[in-house]
Design a protein around this ligand. Sequence first.
Ligand code: FE2
Length: 183
Amino acid sequence: MASTPTLHFTTPGLDEKAAARVVELLQSRLDACTDLHLTLKHVHWNVVGPHFIAVHEMIDPQVDTVRGFADALAERVATLGGSPQGTPGGLVERRAWDDYGIGRGTTQQHLAALDIVYQGVISTYRDGIKELDDLDLVTQDMFIAQTEQLELFHWFVRAHLEDTGGRLSTAGDTTEQAAAADA
Ligand SMILES: [Fe+2]
């Protein structure tokens, strides 16, 4: 976020300074979820290879759920007296991560890259959960519920990358390109 949002009201019982920070955390996750559901559609359209239909069809429920998260996050920003920012240009200006880097690719390449994507999204959710401990437990509850679902989807992705010894093909990789190369 470029600047702390100005709030003229917030929800009863919540300090306005705390609410301003909560709105920043919500906007950050709104941007992450908007980016993620668009990226997941891009994967849905670009996967190729023998396991195409399984992965193609696995992705759509994730798109729908994450799109629902974005709506809930945006509406909580408004509930707290803020203005949710939902246009694509603003998202690109605010985001701290690069655009998804794989075009047409095999199912294993995309799933390996999605492992890295989910690692980034989930670890930032968990940072938010910790910070919300002292700010707003209601928003924290929303973050916890969304994180649980994202972690389940992350397991769906990782189960394709795991060998029978429980090791991931993406172990030690920090970029989508490196993960895809190891797939
Ligand atoms: Fe489709």
